[in-house]
Structures are given as structure tokens and as C-alpha cells.
Write a protein that binds this ligand. Structure first.
Ligand code: PLP
Length: 401
């Protein structure tokens, strides 16, 4: 049998050292719980970074994977299969947009989105219409295109030169936005709620100004909803929570309940800029992933999980605000639904490490933020358990003013 030490040691020796893992080997999950190699149980507020929105081993997902694995796992995009069209139709109906492309990851969905925006830009305004506008503090992925849009030095450092044609604007800076967007802009790319960036929301005013400028200058407004989309804000697309519709939306994390799948969905006027042969993928949109994604969307609807996200998300926010009132180390709460963060005045990682020992998985981001991305199934009693552990770990009481 492998012990934790043997498993960690083998990785230290043979894996490219890119991850700073928490000291636990997870072997199985059930609902909102995970279990390690010693069968210790953990309450999961991370959901595989927003992927396992249905928790773990959801019976309907297990069944769909079993059945489809025995029938057809992969066919090339040279051929049709039964599930890509229906999934595209479903996503178009839910978003109000017109055409989808399926990738294997979020990053690839961003890459495809900006390639489409370049084609549309060149068609509308010639070669010069190729500039991109993105936000400081954002996160869009690790490939060169997505990294070029990611407004954080810590991710970019060492990999330059990146795409040169990107202008960064501060989130919610209306004047900065107006100064950055012009007729040479082909796309504005943004997360309506920063995920990895620390759970910061774009204001409705800012998003509306993006929409206005995009229309005025024939720019593709691209929302990266890879983390905040598909139900996490309490609406199926985050943009529906903000009331501003993008031209292209990129999604991924929860869509196939843990199988790798991403997508971008575009309005017709942008979608028509691309022709057969100009973009593609070997694995993206295969029958297994697409069938499971259809099942994911059906479960969210039939189990009324958005209602749960709204209700329990409000409860989570109320409880986090309670912590801010009581604890000197906690200074603010951001986000909504099942994408929230608590801002600490102290490093978050030691809190997360200590919570792990207590049997609760949290995630820290941007050094001082504890991020909550629970499965959509989470109930108030689970929130209570998480809050109890945080309360214990956050230490000193706030002194009365
Ligand atoms: C995770 C994430 C990505 C990258 O997705 P991958 O599947 O890791 O390639 C891009 N944008 C946002 C907002 C994300 O949260």
C-alpha cells in the first residue's frame, strides 16, 4: 500500500514541480464530502476549483459516464456524434447566443474566443483592428494568448514576450476603459467576477459601459465565465445576474462534472467570421464529455440547484459577514451565491492548512483571501460546520470600537 509519504516522494522525484499541493491524498468522494487514503472525511468548499458543482459521485453522472463509456468515448471531429449538437443547442438557448465551439479546457475556450474576435475584427476594420483590452488583476489561463490577457505580473513573469496588443484597464475604471477602447480594438475580455484574482466583482455600470463601447466600435465583448458561470452566481450565466449580455462567453469548469470540457458561445454576427479549417481540436466536444454535460445541465434544472445556490449562498454571505463583525483578522466579504471570498488581514494559507486538519477544504487565493466555491448541493448545516472551523481558526475577537 502507498502511504502519503510514498506518494508525495514519488511526485517530488518525477513530476515537473509546478504545484504547491496541500498535504493530503484524496481517494474518493460522495456528495459534498471527500475522503483521503486513511478514510478521513473532508467537507468540500473547493469543488475542484469550481469543477465539481454536483459534488462527487452524483448517481446520474456516474450512470451517464458508465453507459457512454461502454458505447463511445471519442470520435474525431471529422464525424458527427449524437451529443455535440444538442449540447450546443441547449447552451445557445440558455445564453441567448447563437453558436458554440467545444474545447478541452477553459484556457482553450479563451484562445478560441480571441481568435474569433481577431477574425471578426479584421473583417470589420482590416489588419489594424486587432487590439485587445483586458483588466488588471484578471486571470484567463496559462497559454500564451490567455496569459497575455492575464493582468497579473506573478503569472506573466519569465514568459515574455507575450501578445503585444493588449491594453490593461483597472476593474471598474470607467475613464480608463473609455481611453483604452477605440476603432482598433477587436475585443474586450473580462471576468464579471474575478475568481483567482480574489473575488472582485465588476460593477453593473462598468459592464454597461463595456457594452456601449463595444457596440460603438464594433468590438467583441467577451466574458470569461469559466469560474463564475453555469450557476455559481445563482443564474445559469453570470451575465444574467448583471443584466449585460456579451458577444462571446467562455465557460468550462463545471460543465462536464469533472470531465475536461470547455466552450465558447458567440453571437451570430461574430460567429460568421470563421470558416471550416480555421480552428479545431482533436479531443474537444467528444461524445462522453458532451453527454455528461447535457446530464449536468439537466440535473441543475431538475434538482432546482440554482434556487439552492441563491438561498444557501445568501446564508453563507450572512455568516461570513458575521465573522467579519466578530474577528479582527477578517475585514470583508465579496462575491455572491457560491462564489464568495473573505478578505483577511493575515495570510490565508495557514488558515486553509489548519482547516484541512479539521476536516474542511477551503482554498486561498491572492495570499489573503479565503475563497468559497462549494458544490451546488451544499446545505446550511454544511455552511455552519465550515463557519465553526473558520471561527475557531481566525483567533482574536474584534475589539468593540
Ligand atoms: C480556471 C480559469 C481559466 C482557465 O481554465 P483551465 O481549464 O484551467 O484552462 C480561465 N479563466 C478563469 C476565470 C478561470 O477561473
Amino acid at each position: 500500500m502507498n502511504t502519503f509519504e510514498q506518494i508525495a516522494e514519488r511526485e517530488r522525484q518525477y513530476l515537473l514541480q509546478t504545484y504547491n499541493r496541500y498535504p493530503v491524498v484524496l481517494t474518493r468522494g460522495k456528495g459534498v464530502f471527500l475522503y483521503d487514503i486513511d478514510e478521513k472525511r473532508y467537507l468540500d468548499f473547493v469543488s475542484g476549483l469550481g469543477v465539481n458543482a454536483l459534488g462527487h459521485a452524483h448517481p446520474r453522472i456516474v450512470k451517464a459516464i458508465r453507459e457512454q463509456a461502454a458505447k463511445l468515448v471519442h470520435v474525431s471531429n471529422l464525424y458527427y456524434h449524437e451529443y455535440q449538437g444538442p449540447l450546443a443547442e441547449k447552451l445557445c438557448r440558455l445564453s441567448g447566443l447563437n453558436r458554440a465551439f467545444f474545447s478541452n479546457s477553459g484556457t482553450e475556450a479563451i484562445e478560441g474566443s480571441i481568435k474569433l474576435a481577431r477574425l471578426a475584427g479584421h473583417r470589420a476594420g482590416g489588419e489594424a483592428k486587432s487590439r485587445l483590452v483586458a483588466l488588471e488583476g484578471s486571470y484567463h489561463g496559462r497559454t500564451f494568448g490567455a496569459l497575455s490577457l492575464t493582468g497579473q505580473d506573478k503569472h506573466r513573469k519569465g514568459f515574455e514576450p507575450l501578445l503585444e496588443d493588449v491594453t490593461f484597464v483597472k476593474q471598474n475604471d470607467l475613464d480608463g476603459l473609455r481611453a483604452a477602447v477605440n476603432d482598433n480594438t477587436c475585443a474586450i475580455v473580462l471576468e464579471p467576477i474575478f475568481g483567482e484574482g480574489g473575488i472582485y466583482e465588476c460593477s453593473v455600470k462598468f459592464l454597461q459601459e463595456c457594452r456601449t463601447l463595444a457596440d460603438r466600435h464594433k468590438v467583441a465583448l467577451i466574458f470569461d465565465e469559466i469560474q463564475c458561470g453555469l450557476g455559481r452566481t445563482g443564474t445559469i450565466f453570470a451575465f444574467q445576474s448583471f443584466g449585460v449580455t456579451p458577444d462571446i462567453v467562455a465557460i468550462a469548469k463545471p460543465i462536464a462534472a469533472g470531465l475536461p470540457l470547455g466552450a465558447f458561445i458567440a453571437k451570430e454576427e461574430f460567429a460568421t467570421a470563421i470558416s471550416p479549417g480555421q480552428h479545431g481540436t482533436t479531443f474537444g466536444g467528444g461524445p462522453l464529455a458532451c453527454r455528461v454535460a447535457l446530464e449536468f445541465l439537466a440535473i441543475v434544472e431538475e434538482e432546482k440547484l440554482l434556487e439552492n445556490v441563491n438561498k444557501v449562498g445568501a446564508y453563507l454571505q450572512q455568516e461570513l459577514k458575521g465573522l467579519v463583525e466578530k474577528k479582527a483578522a477578517a475585514i470583508g466579504v465579496r462575491g455572491r451565491g457560491f462564489i464568495q471570498g473573505i478578505q483577511l488581514e493575515i495570510p490565508a494559507r495557514p488558515i486553509v492548512d489548519a482547516a484541512l486538519a479539521e476536516g474542511v477544504l477551503f482554498n486561498s487565493t491572492q495570499d489573503t483571501v479565503v475563497r468559497f466555491l462549494p458544490p451546488f448541493l451544499m446545505e446550511e448545516k454544511h455552511i455552519d460546520k465550515g463557519i465553526r472551523v473558520l471561527k475557531k481558526l481566525l483567533g482574536k475577537k474584534r475589539k468593540a470600537a
